[in-house]
Design a protein around this ligand. Structure first.
Ligand code: P6P
Length: 333
């Protein structure tokens, strides 16, 4: 195979731009900017152990979680890149209490808003477990040139323009969708480019992996407890007992299940009666990817992408992954 037989993220975005007849390049430039930020964060994550950026900054964020140095680096990185790019008028971050109206020279004319979890699973940074960035892109609802408002950000997932994630693992991968399928790109550090490695990802309809924090099992709703017990029963025909795989980093758990098949559940618990995961920053963008790959994402009561967000840091329960597995889990409710 020719050593030049690869497609970079930039080449792919431009090639696919023709699928959007009204696109004049703004979304393409925005996706390119996100790729740039991801490469810088990947470099920081990969040298974290030796660069004195391990550990906490001694702050607690709005989520009530310790803020890691890399959380801040990631948040600042995306703020800078999105501000300089000029395509985005406002962004919301898991690390920011409120929506941020960007102050770049051209930001007010930006047509898009971005919701971002700069480093999801950051509690795993200090122990070298895979972590990720999760992003979603909406078209603003306020007029170009005006001050953006919270209305621009609090949009249902069924209005998404694009979403994706970057996983900083054994390799760094960027996976995204603009609503026409899901494609994965692996960072080739020798040329500093994300190269197409997983075209048109389709998640298996069935799987044998279930992912949830069973430490909370005594709090789980009865239907979830019954489903987990069903997963553990011996039944050759349905390849049970299934395998329990839970990393505690949503991007890593969902990426594995996306490729191999599986179900990820974060149900309501006593500590998190609405579930722990954030609707805007984790559930909506990951639901868009999973649905585009042929899977299902629901709160157990409604499709995640149909929820009209009421507040920025709203949390919801989530059942997400292989269609037949999610439907089986819901059948116990
Ligand atoms: P628990 C990380 O903090 C995170 O938001 C997700 O990435 C992950 O799936 C979940 O929380 C883990 O939560 O309660 O099982 O530790």
């Amino acid at each position: 195979m020719s050593q030049f037989n690869f497609t970079t993220l930039g080449q792919f975005i431009i090639e696919k731009q023709s699928e959007f007849p009204f696109a004049k390049g703004e979304l393409s430039r925005l996706l390119r900017d996100i790729g740039i930020a991801a490469k810088v964060i990947s470099r920081e994550v990969n040298k974290a152990g030796i660069a004195e950026i391990i550990g906490d900054v001694g702050e607690i964020n709005i989520q009530g979680e310790d803020v890691k140095k890399l959380d801040l680096i990631g948040n600042e990185m995306f703020t800078t890149v999105l501000e300089r790019g000029g395509e985005v008028c406002a962004f919301a971050s898991e690390e920011e209490d409120n929506m941020v109206a960007l102050k770049g020279t051209h930001s007010k004319n930006g047509q898009y808003v971005v919701c971002i979890d700069p480093l999801d699973g950051s509690s795993n940074i200090d122990v070298n477990v895979s972590i990720g960035t999760i992003f979603s892109i909406y078209r603003r609802v306020t007029s170009v040139g005006t001050e953006p408002t919270l209305e621009d950000v609090l949009q249902a997932g069924n209005r998404l323009v694009a979403s994706g994630y970057i996983i900083y693992g054994s390799s760094t991968m960027l996976v995204y969708s603009t609503g026409k399928g899901v494609n994965g790109f692996t960072l080739d550090n020798s040329i500093g480019e994300f190269c197409l490695s997983h075209p048109n990802i389709q998640t298996p309809k069935d799987g044998t992996i279930y992912s949830l924090n069973e430490g909370n099992a005594s709090d789980f709703p009865e239907g979830v407890q019954k489903y987990i017990s069903w997963c553990k029963e011996k039944d050759k025909e349905t390849q049970r007992p299934y395998s329990a795989r839970y990393i505690g980093s949503m991007v890593a758990d969902l990426h594995r299940n996306l490729l191999k098949g599986g179900i990820f559940i974060y149900p309501p618990t006593a500590k998190a009666p609405n579930g722990k995961l954030r609707l805007m920053f984790e559930c909506i963008p990951m639901a868009f990817i999973v649905e585009q790959a042929g899977g299902i994402a629901t709160t157990g009561k409604e499709r995640v992408l149909d929820i009209q967000p009421k507040e920025l840091h709203q949390r919801v329960p989530v059942f997400i992954g292989s269609a037949n597995m999610v439907n089986k889990a819901l059948s116990f409710s």
